[in-house]
Design a protein around this ligand. Sequence first.
Ligand SMILES: [Zn+2]
Length: 485
Amino acid sequence: MDFEAVIGLEVHAELDTRSKMFCACPVIDVTTAAPNIAVCPVCAGMPGVLPVVNERAVEYAIRVALALECQVYSTSIFARKNYFYPDLPKGYQISQYEQPLARHGRLVIQTSQGEKTVRIRRVHLEEDTGKLTHVEKDAQSYSLVDLNRAGVPLLEIVTEPDMHSAEEVRAYAQALRSVLRYLKVNSGDMQKGVMRIEPNISVRLLGSQSLGTRVEIKNLNSFRALERATAYEIQRQSELVSRGGQVRQETVGWDEARQQTFTQRVKEGEEDYRYFPEPDLPPLVVEEAWVEHIRAELPELPAARQRRFESQYALSAYDASVLVAEWEAAEYFEQAAAAAGGAPAKTVANWVSGELFGLLNQAGKDISASPVSPQGMGRLVRSVASGEINNNTAKTVLAEMFAGGQEADAIIAERGLRQVSDTAQIAGWVAQALAENPDQVRAYLNGKDSLARWLFGQVMRLARGQGNPQIIQAELERQLSALKN
Ligand SMILES: [Zn+2]
């Protein structure tokens, strides 16, 4: 039996505002801060307090909704989602339910099968919960509550069930992260939990139109975990169904150590949350003029930038996609290309996404912390393209620039790495090589063409790798054809 997976995704993205969603508490890095230092009566859920909507959070949410080509509604309603959990001091989360901020968007993703459009079902605003730390100590177990994160603005972005493989799910999540970072509304720092992904997965017989029972995987915060957990769940359900079993509707977690999913709870229905309109907040009304102003200020987004890179710089779709994924890398490339003089942009792209990314990876650095400036990178590529230094030398020079921060020209001059382009000197090497190898020269002149390559090697040996190969090749051809006549 062949199965098809049907997958939708919910992504929770924190919004990088200065203050929380409904109070003036600052949004801080909860992974490094001391617990409970950014808490007030509102986000601690004290009785008698009133929430006030953070306008900047609404603006960021609209930015995302527009970038995802959604319809933004002039009126949306905040709702209470009631459930009890110790990290939620109010006993409910303020979210949006029946009337979200935006609906009906789309995001185009790149997969090995080509481009694909994923429909966005809805985008809505809500607040994050606090954090629990479970402690086992002296045969006692207890939990610590940290409310620094409680009330941080959170955007929930929900897709239609348009994806069918772990690869597509990963591509969507990466594309979405890239958009959020271009919009400067989220740091994209997955390890810090600022973007959490929840795929819901079902399987059906290939060709069937009905939907199977879905299983939701909670709170994945790396692309690797997302891809593996999704692949695992597709496999598990397919095997279960082909044995005649039935998938149970449930919420599962991902066990990183065991590389398998485990049951967290058998899914409650939406009715269990007893949603109702938030009585402490009026409907959220956004003026059309404001929405249009935000639309006009949107930056060039990754997909548009990729198309521009393909046409303006003649890059392949793949090369362009690698460069545009991170806003900083795309900026870096454009500045390096501008500094590279007439060198082909394709060569600049190769040096940036090949050599430089490699060095950054090894050093565990982001491109924004690159010791080699884009201008320095551009000038280095120009030196290669003009034949001043060869490829291998340039790699050495780049490594030195990366380690010491010196400019390419200084390193090339200091270490005497410049390739000899002096025609007189090169003509001397060629003449010497021909004089030292009379038998081979005669054989060549008698028609053994393949010896030209061998003779070129002899000249390169005399030049000890310091001669400009293009000039050597031209000079060798000139002297050999002079002997022919
Ligand atoms: Zn607060």
